[in-house]
Design a protein around this ligand. Structure first.
Ligand code: P6P
Length: 296
């Protein structure tokens, strides 16, 4: 079944369905740049990180499509310093975008992706207010995984760029993979205890450097991804709005959980679009373990 037809069976708001389709429709153009626009651009994003040419290209493609569609009022992008207000929008929706998470890995042909959060209005609200979330993963296959709160559903792009249903109502299984970001030498004591507990239970390390790809693996095989607070960086590295809450919404709707180590990340109200956060995302068992260790 095509994504467009599947969305019609889900009883969701037509404008929300059109928005999901809009993002899927940009995948081909974004992928087309992988061969031509590689390497670093001569600019830095608001976090002071060198922007890859592909980050900027994906950002431009998505913003142009959103402006033209008038489907959203607010656009927050990891590649933009400020929230963009769309003139003449027909919906109050707000979206958050990591246009190309893990983009530096394209040079070594590893999977990267687009991460989207969809809000009923302005985006500086807790993740638990989201209408939905989705990600497009550009790997050996190009897949789109979305949730609007009625299950998590995965589609694969076929030869002519159409997303076809691959799996509906995904549930995160029990598993023993862990994806530990940050340097071991910088671990804080509670995090070190958590990681050593996982390793004593035989968890296997799988970390690619692409958050979206690593979390996708955890969603399908179980376990936990973490980029924690660490010595000198108590806020962690990853972004709350652009990485933590949208992927946390997907994993939570699939029966998993997301945390900053203390509380459900979807309950956190952002102070600014640039907020970073410690992230633990995966199985409820592993999330309960880190929150228990951190409390003790
Ligand atoms: P490190 C990519 O730049 C990213 O934001 C995430 O996709 C990834 O999980 C993390 O940073 C990797 O960070 O410090 O291991 O290079």
């Amino acid at each position: 079944m095509k994504l467009k037809d599947f969305l019609k069976t889900q009883g969701i708001d037509e404008n929300l369905a059109q928005l999901i389709m809009l993002f899927g429709n940009q995948a081909t153009d974004i992928k087309a740049g992988f061969l031509s626009a590689r390497g670093a651009a001569d600019t830095r994003n608001v976090y002071g990180e060198t922007q890859m040419a592909l980050d900027k290209r994906a950002d431009e493609i998505l913003i142009a499509a959103l402006r033209k569609s008038k489907l959203v009022s607010w656009i927050a992008s990891e590649e933009q310093p400020d929230i963009i207000e769309v003139e003449g929008a027909v919906n109050p929706f707000g979206v958050t975008m990591d246009p190309l998470d893990g983009s530096s890995l394209i040079d070594v042909n590893l999977a990267v992706g687009t991460i989207i959060g969809i809000y009923p209005g302005h985006v500086l609200e807790p993740g638990n207010t989201m209408l939905g979330a989705l990600y497009i993963l550009y790997g050996p296959l190009t897949t789109l995984t979305y949730t609007t709160g009625k299950g998590v559903h995965e589609f694969v792009m076929d030869g002519d760029g159409t997303f076809m249903l691959m799996q509906e109502n995904l549930i995160i299984p029990d598993g023993n993979i862990y994806a530990p970001g940050a340097l071991r030498k910088d671990y804080l004591p509670y995090h070190r205890q958590f990681i050593e507990q996982l390793e004593s239970e035989g968890y296997k390390l799988r970390f690619s450097g692409s958050f979206v790809a690593d979390v996708h693996q955890i969603l399908h095989k179980g376990g936990i991804f973490t980029y924690p607070a660490y010595a000198g960086k108590e806020s962690g590295k990853l972004r709350l709005l652009f990485e933590g809450t949208p992927m946390g919404k997907v994993v939570t709707e699939a029966g998993g959980a997301v945390s900053n180590g203390t509380i459900n990340l979807l309950d956190v109200k952002p102070a600014a679009v640039s907020d970073r956060t410690p992230i633990y995302i995966g199985g409820r068992k592993e999330i309960a373990l880190i929150e228990s260790i951190k409390r003790s």
